[in-house]
Design a protein around this ligand. Structure first.
Ligand code: ADP
Ligand code: MG
Length: 403
């Protein structure tokens, strides 16, 4: 049996109801942004490299209304209490000092950080923009590697952009979200998640060059190819802001420094033997993952253009092996999900997201979703792992106004 998919669309009603509960009136509008799955290209973003994410149907919704004063209040179904600050206080709260906790509950640093970053970007010393109430609800599983963080940033940024009339485009709002996450929350993440959440399109992936920030919409007609992409959430939570992620970044920076290049993006597979001579084994394996992963993203885009979704399975499998063996960010649960899906006939499978837990994906025949799911559940049971949450996704629309 496939697990029940996180409900799609339920967040709209929940956000509206929460807004009414908070304010006693109807919101001025609803804005939403999706979570994302990265098809391939992991940890390449902060190495100026390539990624290929797509937006998923699950979304975070912000129900937003103007206030008479210049205060900003945020509330989420995710937390018990609302958090309220004066808009003028945002500049005192953020950026959060390195190694410190944000001056508000962590979840509230996402939407309030977006408000702060948006004000910084549009920086006018003039009057404060009007106050707002923001009520947030989400269908995106949190901490599963599906980027609930980009979804809350994208929904908030889209809403405030409209209400404050800042007129930024999707890519600019993605940068606002990233700044909030980096400087208000204090999580040193790249730009991929926000770009996918803002710019995603149905039946397509977003190829992103993380150096130039140029994007290209790449056809990913999963359903029309008779296929499904199965998300396998292991329920093992990762903690991006801590340990492993920072360490991997540091290794990548060290590798680039040793090779005398601005970023690992500037190395190709042909440079690897030279890299191996110059650095310790661990740093080399981190470098090799990034360099080969960048090439795999380019190869995936080419195969999608030339031969379609069915052709990319082997690249997904190679990507997983590289993350497991070279970058060492997989977990026994993720490996079990990938191995069981492949053994049950998936065309390709890999862990997705930052690693240390979260979710894996498998490309499977539509009619095999049931058997592959059964096989994964059985493998988890045999290993004594908690039952995973399995649900198919299709590439979906990016951020937009809902009502
Ligand atoms: P991921 O993006 O993979 O889901 P992150 O750790 O990057 O995991 O982001 C999860 C965090 O984002 C949560 O712990 C919470 O602080 C915040 N967040 C995400 N969605 C919501 C929401 N609907 N309401 C409040 N906070 C949220
Ligand atoms: Mg995140």
């Amino acid at each position: 049996m496939t697990g029940r998919a996180p409900q799609e669309g339920g967040a709209r009603d929940a956000a509206r109801a929460l807004f009414v509960d908070l304010t006693g009136r109807e919101p001025d509008g609803l804005w939403s942004a999706p979570g994302r799955v990265n098809l391939i290209g992991e940890h390449t973003d902060y190495n100026d490299g390539f990624v290929l994410p797509f937006a998923i149907p699950q979304r975070t919704v912000a129900a937003v209304g103007r206030r008479e004063d210049d205060r900003i209040r945020v509330r989420s179904t995710f937390a018990a209490d609302a958090v309220e600050v004066g808009i003028g206080e945002l500049d005192d709260l953020f950026p959060t000092r390195e190694g410190q906790e944000p001056g508000v509950p962590e979840w509230a640093a996402y939407p309030l950080g977006v408000a702060w970053a948006l004000r910084q970007a549009t920086d006018s010393p003039g009057p404060l923009p009007g106050g707002v109430d923001i009520a947030i609800a989400s269908d995106v599983p949190v901490g599963a590697g599906l980027s609930s963080s980009a979804a809350i940033e994208g929904a908030t940024a889209s809403a405030l952009d409209a209400l404050w009339d800042t007129g930024l485009d999707g890519a600019a709002l993605a940068r606002i979200g990233r700044r909030a996450e980096n400087e208000a929350v204090g999580a040193p993440t790249g730009i991929m998640d926000q770009m996918a959440s803002m710019l995603g399109e149905p039946d397509a992936a977003i190829f992103l060059d993380c150096r130039s920030l140029e994007t290209r919409v790449v056809p990913l007609p999963v359903a029309a190819s008779g296929l499904a992409i199965l998300v396998m959430d292991t329920h093992v939570k990762h903690a991006h802001s801590t340990g492993g992620y920072r360490e991997r970044r540091a290794s990548c920076e060290l590798g680039a420094r040793i090779m005398g290049v601005p970023a690992l993006r500037d190395l190709s597979v042909a440079d690897l033997p030279r890299a191996q001579e110059r650095m310790d084994d661990v740093t080399f394996r981190r470098v090799r993952h990034i360099v080969t992963e960048n090439q795999r993203v380019l190869d995936t885009v080419r195969l999608l253009d030339e031969r379609g979704v069915r052709a990319i399975g082997d690249l997904l499998v190679a990507s997983h092996a590289s993350m497991r063996d070279d970058f060492e960010i997989s977990t026994p649960e993720l490996d079990t999900a990938v191995d069981a899906a492949l053994a049950a006939g998936a065309l390709g499978a890999r862990m997705t997201g930052g690693g240390f837990g979260g979710a894996a994906i498998a490309v499977v025949e539509q009619e095999a979703v049931g058997t592959v799911s059964q096989a994964v559940n059985a493998a988890f049971a045999a290993a004594g792992f908690a039952t995973p949450l399995l649900f198919p996704v299709t590439p979906s629309a990016g951020a937009h106004r809902d009502a």
